[in-house]
Ligand binder design. Structure first.
Ligand SMILES: Nc1nc2c(ncn2[C@@H]2O[C@H](COP(=O)(O)OP(=O)(O)OP(=O)(O)O)[C@@H](O)[C@H]2O)c(=O)[nH]1
Ligand SMILES: [Mg+2]
Length: 247
């Protein structure tokens, strides 16, 4: 089951509070209030999105990772393998450029690019609008690729069924402990770029142990999006979850 953003929000607030001096309390309280308002507005839009996705039987994933972990590559390879099974559409979130949406469109799948500018994450309101522009098909799969960073997107529910965190082996095996909110919010961790394991210091078992320490229920897959090793476990995971009514 996906975890709701309001379960995570208090933890984020408390951690921020610890860094403030008493004389800044007033400013800090105002900041917390603004953040709470922002999150509750986001949650309301996320619920609207979720209601719509459920009505249309659209399976939605929110892919999160640090920049360059391989989210777009994973999606491009997934579309190539699964587009014959069900319609796939993508919402791309990046600070700037249309690059990732162009990579998705090259596969034949529709994509909408959201440029977040100064914001470091997608929000449910923007995702709702992008979903309308995509004219999504019922009984389909929608992938949302969030802005690359392991902090901000963790607190923002977009109406997805699951957050999927992609961690590549060049980033270091300690990331689940350093960025626990993200690994706590995700239901699945994909360890990507396993083809590079011979060349980097990355202890897969330690990474898995850290991820489970933060989130005992997290599911884990290991693959190489470029070479294809382990990829079928990921496509099987998806096939088991995207319910296709008309096949
Ligand atoms: N060796 C190797 N390289 C990979 C793999 N997956 C992705 N890459 C490379 O990693 C780089 C970044 O991949 P992207 O798919 O653009 O990563 P991203 O997470 O979408 O990046 P942002 O959208 O910028 O956050 C590219 O050069 C990919 O070819 C993999 O499994 N193995
Ligand atoms: Mg990308």
């Amino acid at each position: 089951m996906f975890k709701r953003v309001d379960e995570q929000a208090p933890k984020i607030m408390l951690q921020q509070q610890a860094h403030h001096h008493p004389e800044h309390n007033h400013d800090h309280e105002r900041l917390v209030k603004v953040e709470q308002d922002l999150l509750s507005k986001n949650n309301a839009y996320a619920e609207q999105n979720r209601h719509y996705f459920k009505q249309q039987n659209i399976f939605v994933l929110n892919l999160v990772s640090s920049p360059g972990a391989g989210k777009t590559t994973l999606l491009v390879e997934t579309i190539k393998r699964l587009k014959a099974y069900f319609p796939i559409a993508v919402i791309e979130g990046d600070q700037q450029t249309e690059h990732d949406a162009d990579r998705i469109r090259a596969t034949g799948a529709p994509a909408v690019q959201i440029n977040t500018g100064r914001a470091c994450h997608l929000d449910a309101h923007g995702v709702g609008h992008a979903a309308m522009r995509l004219a999504l098909k019922p009984n389909s799969f929608l992938a949302i690729e969030n802005v690359g960073n392991l902090v901000c997107p963790s607190g923002f529910d977009l109406g997805e069924a699951h957050k999927v965190v992609v961690l590549s082996v060049t980033e270091g095996d300690d990331k689940p402990l350093k960025y626990p909110d993200m690994f706590h919010a995700a239901d699945l961790m994909v360890i990507n770029k396993t083809d590079l394991l011979p060349y980097v210091e990355f202890d897969v078992e330690r990474c898995i142990r850290y991820a489970k320490q933060v989130n005992p229920d997290i599911q884990i897959l290991q693959l190489s999006a470029t070479k294809g090793d382990g990829f079928s476990a990921w496509t099987d995971w998806l096939l088991a979850r995207v319910v296709v009514a008309d096949i």
